[in-house]
Design a binder for this molecule. Sequence first.
Ligand code: NAG
Length: 192
Amino acid sequence: MRLGNSAESLEAAKRAVHLSDCVLRLCITVSHLNKAMYFACDNLLWAGKTGLLPRLDQDKWSQRSFRYYLFALILNLTRDLYEIHGLMERERRSKSHHLSGVVENGEFPSTPSSCSSVITTRLEQQLHLLTTVLRSNPPLLLDTLKNLCDVFIPLDKLGLYQTGPGFVGACGLASSVLSILTVLYPWLKLKP
Ligand SMILES: *[C@@H]1O[C@H](CO)[C@@H](O)[C@H](O)[C@H]1NC(C)=O
């Protein structure tokens, strides 16, 4: 069953090679390859623990497995950000299309524009776009949240950003709850 995980990730990588969007193709394929490596390391660790490979350096292999896991998560987050960015662009364009003439480049021409008020207005607009996009895309929101929760686990284990066992435990729990949601309600699963 453990060996199956690696094979499954390799299969998923093979499927992702055919995606037409090149950023998605790269992120998803390499992410699955990293996940396959992570599972492979995990299998070795398991063999080390059960005594099949008594001389395995468990610390080294566990660090290695977390590194693959971290890289897979970073790629998944990149993919999430890429999709969010694309949807925000699309939303912004369709909006300024509706209001064409009134809003030019998202700025009201007659606003008295001190530098900081322009920045604040822009930030507010971006934030508004972000919430609109995430609210209309629950699978994307869920995937982003899950990846954000997950990423703290390898960061802590690798000593890159230590948050303590309590926080890591809470992240793991939140991540499990989010994945249970996608199992219960398959439409919440981000595709592909
Ligand atoms: C990364 O995303 C893919 C596709 O959504 C998913 O199958 C995979 O499990 C994710 N990787 C990790 C490490 O969570």
